[in-house]
Design a protein. Sequence first.
Length: 386
Amino acid sequence: MAGDRATENQADASAGAATDGSSGSPVEATDPTSGTPSTQEMLRVRFTRRQLLVSGVFVASALAFLYLVLPKLLGLQQTWNRLQQGNVWWLALAAVFTVLSFAAYVWLFRAVFVRGESRIGWRESYEITMASLAATRLFSAGGAGGVALTAWALRRSGLGPRTVACRMIAFLVLLYGIYMAALVIDGLALYLGVFPGTAPFAITIVPAIFAAVVIGLFLAVAFVPGDLERLVMRWTTGERWGGRAARRLAALPATAATGVRTAIDFTRSGDPALLGTIAWWGLNIAILWASFHAFGSAPPQAVIVMAYFVGMLGNLLPLPGGVGGVDGGMIGAFTAFGVDVELSVVAVLAYRAFAFWLPTLPGAVAYFQLRRTVHRWRAREAPSYT
């Protein structure tokens, strides 16, 4: 994919980090504000005992509330019994969808981050993705914990800081671009009657408008010049604090623009790994669909898709992994669509058990495996390649 490589190299060049165009040999990264070699390292990702304890207590409390207290508050005394009486075959299918969804996630990760020479094989890709997903679930809202851990691992593998930032943005744009597009298409189609199902304005058109605005903003970012930082460096000379601040501020939109253009180039390339993005979301929705069938009948597919994506906005709440926010958001969305409340509660809790809680343990194991892998990388002197 020559287009996105070119945009990445342009970003690296603006920061003083580039590759030799003829040989691909790495050139030492430099600090854009001083022109001197940069020795900056990504901060180490460490989970303290206090963090683990606080997260463990929160998770246990959230589980107790969601699976024991919430059904009683809603007057659904039989919810727990109903959870134990689900159709085994549908639940088994949900488990299969769960495994396939994470395989799709690893596939997309490799397509975006692993190109040419790399220390990241399939095993390392699994460790990074599963550990980052566990970090997202347990330690941060909005996916910030997973992003930080992924960036740390990629830097330790030898990727340059600007390349990591560019590809991370491209990865997120590809992943959440599908999310926003689904909100627009499904919301409008439901409201206009193209897809079957009830269509409350607040759960169809409002999310569609929000998603359209987000898409427009990211497309606008793509027009920011990739060499903005270099232009600002030309306009601001000297070491005064104003010039340094302007150069640092220019780095963010320039890198973001390069990442968005990389995602656009990736999409235009028609790489089959793009299916990994669709498969990730599609298989997660399929887990929810199978969970409905395990305990009753499923609502129309378009309703499941819309309620799923609306509920996932709960990840923006300042809660580890959106625990409580996502569950409540999905249940509330299904209720607004006229789905039976008890069935919605049971199906959503079953979905979260598969898609959220089940992978957390292997993700925690993958985190410790990743730490050993990083120690092995550090034992050898890793070159900085882009």
